[in-house]
Design a protein around this ligand. Structure first.
Ligand SMILES: [Zn+2]
Length: 177
């Protein structure tokens, strides 16, 4: 089966990486995570974007990225936004956000229902320790997905349950059904 790579656009405007550097980041992931489908595209929009009134994060915070799942086509559309008013200067945060948003597509469109159930039960034990302010299991999945890609060995040890889950079910393509 031939996989079609997802579209990548406008990252040259970010000031921290261009489209081909994003392509290189994506090539570190299992090909099925970044093929179209399920990942339609990933693009950069050079504007600051705040959470809107009524959002769980209030007062408004900068939104670094989003992933819209288009349910009819079963694809994810990822957009990254400018991370600071004055522009982008943190490559680590930028890479982390790219992986986090791809994680949303992976959770929604690739992860099997048994794995989702297992993730939710793992979160019941782990999320309070990880994010005492209260996060949700879906965002925690995406953060863990990104950490798996960008963290050093010491950081990986501090989230060993999540790391094992990622290794076993998410980054091992054969383990996903
Ligand atoms: Zn998210």
């Amino acid at each position: 089966m031939t996989l079609t790579p997802c579209q990548i656009s406008n990252f040259g405007l970010s000031g921290v990486m261009n489209d081909s550097e994003v392509r290189e980041l994506l090539q570190k992931l299992p090909p099925i995570h970044v093929a179209n489908p399920p990942l339609h595209s990933i693009s950069y929009v050079d504007k600051v974007y705040y959470t809107q009134p009524g959002h769980r994060r209030f007062p408004p915070e900068l939104v670094w990225g989003e992933c819209n799942i288009v349910s009819e086509q079963r694809v994810g559309v990822v957009t990254l936004f400018r991370q600071q008013e004055q522009g982008n200067n943190d490559v680590y945060d930028f890479e982390f956000t790219i992986y986090h948003e791809i994680g949303h597509t992976v959770f929604e469109l690739i992860l099997g229902s048994n794995q989702k159930i297992e993730w939710y039960s793992l979160c019941g034990e782990e999320i309070a320790r990880w994010n005492p302010a209260g996060g949700n299991p879906l965002e925690h999945f995406c953060d863990s997905y990104a950490h798996y890609m960008v963290s050093n060995e010491m950081e990986k040890r501090s989230f060993s349950s999540e790391y094992e889950f990622m290794k076993k079910y998410v980054f091992n393509i054969g383990g996903i059904q």
